[in-house]
Design a protein around this ligand. Structure first.
Ligand SMILES: O=P(O)(O)OC[C@H]1O[C@](O)(CO)[C@@H](O)[C@@H]1O
Length: 537
């Protein structure tokens, strides 16, 4: 079996530049240098830090001291960055030999991350990026265009994305660590620590591949959506790098542990799904899929058309995975991670006898030995091989557009990346997984939790949108009246835990208009004759 390999993009490097003035939350704005330079009578207007949660209809930001943005910038980022510093200090030898790097590279990167950590914690001004790439130049334009270029007083999503982009620059500026992934070790541990639930899920997925009737296929699709939802709990940025296994049990070799069964977890967590559009999604995707299948059988020539009726090029392949070009939010997938997962599944070795939970009222330890189950790697290896074939045949395509690692929210894609918006228009549906995607779908705006999903998207609907998200940040939409208040009364931090989820769907689609941005090739908008694929972001 040839190893799967989707290409990673090139990187480049240059020297570091320093600049900083800072506003600390305890500083009195009237005594900061800007006030003095501005002359004794020109008061510098800066957003104050307020001891409140994020107000309704404003963007998440670190100045609200009871917000998750403030907690993340003040408490979580130092932990995430300290883990990298500790790892480089402890495992520098391993990192050096794996990357053909020098002691100086390790020292420079540690120094860079220490400065970054201090800059975030003390609310320094953003530094400009100094690597000389077109993408870095775009970042500098964005940095120079924000109203308040400080970690706590700019939107949280910009500051958070900026920190991960700076981490990348720290690697790019070294000689030997240009391709080093500071989160690789944590991601590998997370994978190997999840082999048991993955083997359990693989057996279920393999069973779905047998020929079956439409109702069973739709039910299976809904099961896959819910597996996608709850696997999102395994997010290393939320856990700050601590290993998270589904079912939250330490996995050890002895059979004393009961089975970690994500399929059962879907049932157990049923009431935690606050919005469940999975039936509507399943209907929409199946209808589209059947139309495509009929068209293919009838040898239809799929044409992607501009509204000027000229061909806009061959339609895209069926399934597209939009991954991240650089290491991002700790557990986000890069092309290298995509290859790793498929190759590791193909070569998985796992075999364990686990106890099944005691049934009925028979307490554990009664005379009969509790039932057990052998969890083995066969199904996972079969699935891995099938996925490898899909990559080789082009049925799976991996893409990593710069836009996904930019600080922009999705309603601004038409402005910053209209061709990506246009590419997405071909899709039967676009599945956005995760909390950061959800924040960007909602424009990082703490909207009224009861407004519908479509209005919350603020015009970002290149194709039908599916959002599958465990709730990890303080914004949400589509809740039934009173639900938000009910959950907040029980636990006012419920939105930061990952213990609740939504599966939301907007069936509408809105192609780029000429007023948005003419098609570069044909001076008009592109429309597609047939939706061919599912985009997974
Ligand atoms: O992997 P996901 O689900 O996008 O999680 C990333 C999200 O998790 C956090 O890192 C922690 O809540 C957020 O800052 C970010 O929105």
């Amino acid at each position: 079996m040839s190893k799967v390999s989707v290409k990673s993009p090139p990187t480049s490097k240059s020297s570091l530049e320093k600049s900083a003035t800072s506003l600390n939350e305890n500083d009195d704005p009237s005594t900061t240098p800007d006030f003095i330079y501005g002359g004794p009578f020109i008061k510098v207007q800066r957003p104050e830090f307020m001891d409140i949660t994020t107000p309704i209809n404003v963007q998440l930001q670190g100045t609200y001291k009871r917000s998750f943005a403030y907690h993340s910038l003040k408490e979580r980022f130092p932990v995430i960055l300290t883990k990298i510093i500790d790892y480089l200090s402890r495992e520098g030898g391993k990192v050096k030999s794996a990357n053909n790097a020098s002691d100086e590279d390790i020292r420079n990167l540690i120094e860079y991350v220490v400065k970054l950590k201090n800059d975030v914690a003390t609310n320094k001004k953003y530094d400009l990026l100094t690597v000389d790439t077109p993408e870095a130049k775009k970042w500098n334009e964005w940095i120079l265009s924000v109203d308040s270029p400080y970690y706590f007083t700019n939107t949280w999503v910009f500051s958070e994305c900026y920190v991960y982009r700076r981490l990348r620059e720290g690697c790019e500026l070294t000689k030997g660590l240009a391709n080093f992934d500071p989160f690789e070790d944590q991601k590998i541990k997370s994978f190997t620590g999840s082999l048991e639930p993955m083997c359990v899920v693989a057996e279920k997925v393999i069973s779905m591949m047998d020929p079956s009737d439409k109702d069973k296929r739709k039910a299976d699709f809904i099961t896959l959506l819910k597996l996608c939802l709850w696997s999102n709990k395994c997010d290393l940025s939320l856990s700050m790098g601590e290993q998270v296994t589904l079912g939250n049990k330490d996995i050890d070799a002895s059979p004393s542990q009961t089975l970690i069964d994500p399929i059962q977890m879907i049932v157990d967590y049923k009431d935690k799904v606050l919005v469940d559009d999975s039936n509507k999604i399943s209907d929409q995707v199946f209808t589209k899929a059947e139309n495509i299948a009929k068209a293919i059988e009838a040898n239809t020539t799929f044409k992607a058309k501009c509204s000027c009726q000229r061909l806009a090029g061959a339609p895209p392949p069926p399934v597209r995975f939009h991954v991240k070009k650089i290491p991002w939010f700790v557990s986000d997938v890069t092309p290298k991670d995509f290859n790793f997962v498929i190759n590791q599944c193909c070569a998985a070795t796992f075999n364990k006898v686990v106890k099944l939970p005691a049934e009925g009222d028979r307490a554990e330890g009664e005379s009969e030995a509790p039932p057990t189950r052998t969890v083995a790697d066969e199904a996972l290896k079969t699935l891995g091989s099938r996925w490898a074939k899909y990559v080789d045949s082009g049925a799976f395509v991996v893409m990593c557009d710069d836009f996904w690692t930019s600080p922009h929210v999705y309603k601004d894609m038409k402005k910053y990346e209209p061709n990506l918006y246009r590419k997405l228009q071909f899709a039967a549906a676009i599945l956005f997984k995760g909390d950061l995607n959800y924040r960007k779908l909602l424009g990082e705006r703490n909207c009224n939790p009861c407004i519908g999903f479509e209005p919350a998207l603020q015009g970002f609907i290149p194709a039908p949108i599916i959002a599958v998200r465990t709730v990890k940040a303080d914004l949400i939409c589509g809740l039934p009246k009173g639900k938000w208040e009910q959950l907040t009364r029980i636990d006012d931090r419920w939105m930061e835990t990952g213990n609740y989820g939504v599966i939301q769907f907007c069936a509408k689609a809105e192609a780029l208009k000429v007023s948005d941005k003419p098609c570069e090739q044909y001076g008009d908008t592109c429309k597609d004759d047939a939706c061919l694929d599912l985009d997974i972001v």
